[in-house]
Design a protein around this ligand. Structure first.
Ligand code: DC
Length: 217
């Protein structure tokens, strides 16, 4: 089992996908589960601060990944919602609901089930610290806020979502503060994680490094 945690925009998704391909593993993007809770809460008009209501909402969702042409896609109650999960509003809602212990508890079991057979690369914020503290390989992938904002802006542009560098950087800093200062499962490296700072590394170098750690373990 390979756990890759780290802040938004550090390149976790691409790196996790490529590491999984190299190792012949499945990739599980746990952020998508929090995004699904944020998306459905927005659609149903549930307050993003109402822990008990959101916990109930999260436990009632049927969440499953199905293989698509460019990787796993999340289905929510049987519908493919992958594209709807990737907007800035849903990212913001996900960050808010993920601070609530009721939501984290509701999604914990789902994540453990997805990883229980091994042969998986799980990416998230608390995989190495909370979800699978016994993972054989734990990586904390990070990069400077500026580098992460530049990459995230490129992703948004590619998908035709309009934004500016300043807005992306400000949103990223706000999300970093919220994700790492929350009381429940804050974003931090596990004590036994290998910290990989990708600011000055190419994607290929990061992938080779992590795949190397997995092959050695
Ligand atoms: O990785 P992402 O941007 O798709 O994650 C969306 C939000 O979900 C992010 O603000 C942090 C939260 N998250 C979390 O708290 N724990 C995880 N294991 C994964 C994501």
């Amino acid at each position: 089992m390979v756990a890759i945690d780290g802040p938004a925009g550090a390149g976790k998704s691409t790196v996790a996908r490529q590491v999984a391909e190299r190792l012949g593993f499945i990739r599980v993007d746990t952020g998508a589960l929090y995004r699904a809770v944020g998306l459905i809460a927005l659609e149903r008009g549930v307050s993003l601060e109402d822990g008990p209501a959101l916990g109930t909402l999260a436990s009632g969702l049927e969440l499953a990944f199905v293989e698509g042409p460019s990787g796993p896609r999340l289905t929510v109650n049987g519908s493919d919602r992958e594209d709807d999960l990737r907007t800035p509003d849903v990212a913001d809602a996900a960050s808010k609901v993920s601070a609530l212990p009721e939501v984290r508890a509701a999604l914990l079991e789902a994540q453990r089930e997805m990883g229980v057979d091994g042969g998986v690369v799980l990416e998230g914020r608390d995989i190495g610290t909370v979800v699978f503290p016994d993972a054989e390989v734990k990586v904390f992938l990070t990069a400077s806020a500026e580098a992460r904002a530049r990459r995230r802006l490129g992703d948004l542009e590619q998908r035709g979502v309009e934004s500016t560098y300043e807005d992306v950087l400000a949103a990223m800093r706000a999300r970093d503060t919220r994700d790492s200062s929350r009381k429940h499962a804050p974003l931090k490296p596990a004590e036994d994680a290998t910290v990989v700072d990708s600011t000055e590394m190419t994607q290929d170098e990061v992938v080779a490094h992590i795949a190397g750690l997995a092959q050695q373990s």
